[in-house]
Design a binder for this molecule. Sequence first.
Ligand SMILES: *Cc1c(COP(=O)(O)O)cnc(C)c1O
Length: 520
Amino acid sequence: MDSQEFRQAGKRMVDYVADYWDELRTGQRRPLPPVKPGYLNELMPEAPTKPDGWDRIFQDLEPMIMNGNTNWHHPHFFAYFPTACSYPAIAADILSGGISAVGFTWKSCPSMTELEMSTLDWLVDLLGLPQHFKNAAEGPGCGIIQSTASDATLIAIFAARATAVEKIKVFPSFFERVASSKVGETIKTLLSKVRQNTVEEETNECAALPYYHDPTVFEKFVAYCSDQAHSSVEKGAMLAGIRLRKLTSSLDEQLGNYALTKETLEKAIKEDRAKGLIPFMLIATVGTTSTCGVDHLEEIGPVCNKEGIWLHVDAAYAGSFLICPEFHYLAKGMEFVDSYNFNAHKCLMMNFDCSPMWFKNGAHIVKYFNVDPLYLKHEHQATASDYRHFQVALGRRFRSLKIWFVLRSLGVARLQEYLRGLDKLAGVFAELIQKDEDFELFVPKHLGLVCFRMKDKNNEENEKLCNALNDDGRIHLVPSKVHGSYFLRLSICSQFTKEEDIHFAHKVIKEIKEKEIDSL
Ligand SMILES: *Cc1c(COP(=O)(O)O)cnc(C)c1O
């Protein structure tokens, strides 16, 4: 393909995508594709030995790819949480792919680094986050775009772990404070095992383990989250070799939803210290995946700060809503937070992947993540930001173009209108459920999510309903379970969903219930 052919093929591809969006409501597509595992293998030809014409490739798109695509933006797709998208975001990805730069250091693509720094500062203002998170602020705060919330959590765990190891090894005052306690004994034992010279950078090639990643020190560490935290928290802790204790959530007064309380946290810290464990981190959730519950930061934040525990906040879904002033209660207590993350690719009208993350103090992280081969060095590294020090991968995409294009092209008002729309439509569905004598809400509607179940029916019956709905295929939703109770989740996902689609979903749910449950 030469540049002339690319112009044609590219325009054709843009038209194809625009048609897909235009026809999502009126066309033949359903939320779930009609395929079974292995469907593609049966359609795949032998590996090509000579090039195919673009026409031929295009012809295969519909039967092979689109027919096996789950249509996340279909107005009747209500599963998981939204994955956002918009035309300016797609345009940004075209440009990112088009220039194909890899921005691991400032030098490797200055505009990629600097646009990321600036757009994340924009978001700090637009979302009403603490000013100390800004890249341009005087202090050590900083922001970076990660790929996913899972990545951000893993990075936060590594950063918190290294910070705590360093505190124990390097700052005797910290040690003295706890010396007479059970934790003090643990630390004394741990330190006796640690080689004396490890505070100095090791030079021996086969023992190049920096002192702040010393596993003999974090052996007794314990991290906390609520039992409602996303599975990525468990995965991150597991991979970081860290003990994770999931604390039982309880219904809160503000939202009537599941949250971690201050008392539960304080009790766990006390118990674990008495056992000689070292609590070092809490991963709180603002907008849990099951029910959109909120761990109230203004309540648990001060406990973390007082006890010297790193507070990371996973606001993957709910974080976008901060762009509307009326949802600002979600960010109460944000000043206590050490690291914060949300997925702009969930509902800020930017497609996957774009997961902004901020640190109150990013100064040490550069050290904890630093490896410095000659081929990555450059003359500006003392003064410019090298984002490779805040992630696992070296290479990185030009994700900030999405933020730049979307904020400029759509504007804040459009984003607010979209998010308010999600919440309003969820309200319409919640009202239908409340008025329906066969159903009940599991927790009050929160943001764009409604959790509901059949009244006076057990878990098995509710599960049967959920399976039957997805087999029927006109709407798609997924279930969850909290403290043993099974329920269905209806999440407003598509920007094309309208009030009539909510009534349609309710009608389908009623119909399937009558057919599959009442007939038993
Ligand atoms: C969606 C979600 C995640 C996982 O997001 P990824 O970006 O896919 O890793 C984590 N936490 C919460 C609360 C979520 O809703």
